[in-house]
Write a protein of this length. Structure first.
Length: 319
């Protein structure tokens, strides 16, 4: 072994090269340390901002969920009393049911309509870019502004009832936002109208990864339209499906702006959701501890349903 090392050293000297060292140089270690330090240096401000703006207030809110704090003054620990009051039912139960109805309907309708629009506007339709822009335009508008526009449309003497009267359908006229039987569908229509363009864009991005040659090959093999979608298109766009359904589920369960602008939770609490109840209990009634407990319950529900949905979609994609 020693003789081989001496021969390599003599050969390197004869060629004018220095023998390679088996140990890493200190310069490489120093550069590697600098790169690692630079990565953390640029990452740290964003991490601190995330902690201070998001996680710290959430932790403080979770802490006050176990108190009777009124927003000012002293407070006392009440343990699980706030959560026991939530479990007793009443308006909270109605708000929870409305939250699930709106959330599930919102997820289903936005994804079904968004996928159909994406499939229809993917390649063959002329002026598809203009149509895509028109469908996506409501996404960039303020949810409050669009809600007030739709509130005007749904008024008793608004454009919708005027249109129904002009075509002889006076029997279908309603006080759409004042009738408990129609207020939730009206709110869901507003939410879907404003967000379906975003889902369409997500699915268009997924469809861009599908090879036209693969679809043509499946067609030549005798696959039907449904078989091509189910076995060729759907597996390719599954990442878009997961993202779209997750985002829409979260947005549907925590909806606040549209309901507050359209109905304020009325009539008689028929459109009140957990987010609206949290606002009223906290800032109207001054029960900050109870409102924090409701917010914690809503956060836990959203996390559980989101994780369950992701696991279900992942299982289906693997199957």
């Amino acid at each position: 072994m020693t003789a081989q090392l001496e021969q390599k050293t003599e050969g390197a000297r004869a060629t004018g090269r220095q023998p390679r060292s088996s140990k890493p140089s200190s310069g490489n270690d120093h550069r590697r340390t600098e790169r690692r330090f630079a990565t953390w240096w640029w990452f740290t401000p964003a991490l601190l901002a995330l902690v201070l703006i998001h996680y710290a207030p959430s932790a403080i809110g979770a802490f006050f969920a176990f108190t009777n704090w009124k927003g000012i003054g002293k407070w006392q620990f009440v343990g699980w009393d706030n959560f026991a009051a939530i479990a007793e039912g009443g308006p909270t139960t109605t708000a929870l049911i409305n939250t699930f109805i709106i959330g599930i309907s919102f997820v289903v309708l936005t994804n079904v309509l968004g996928l159909l629009l994406a499939l229809g506007l993917n390649r063959t339709v002329k002026s598809r870019n203009v149509i895509r822009t028109l469908i996506f335009a409501p996404v960039v508008l303020s949810s409050l502004a669009t809600s007030y526009i739709w509130k005007f449309i749904f008024e008793q003497d608004g454009p919708l009832n005027e249109f129904l009267a002009s075509i002889g359908l006076e029997s279908l006229q309603r006080t759409w936002l004042g009738d408990p039987s129609t207020v939730l569908p009206a709110i869901i229509i507003v939410m879907v109208w404003q967000n379906v363009g975003l889902v369409m864009v997500m699915y268009l991005a997924g469809l861009a990864t599908v090879s036209p040659e693969l679809e043509e090959a499946a067609s030549l093999d005798g696959a039907s339209l449904w078989q091509r979608f189910n076995y060729v298109v759907l597996p390719a766009i599954m990442p878009s499906v997961v993202i779209a359904m997750t985002l829409m589920l979260i947005n549907g369960l925590r909806v606040f702006d549209q309901i507050q602008a359209l109905t304020g939770g009325g009539p008689y609490g028929a459109s009140e959701t957990l987010a609206v109840t949290i606002y009223k209990e906290t800032f109207v009634m001054g029960r900050f501890g109870f409102g924090a407990a409701l917010a914690l319950v809503m956060s836990v529900i959203i996390i559980i349903l989101t994780v369950a949905q992701r696991l279900l979609l992942r299982t289906n994609s693997k199957g």
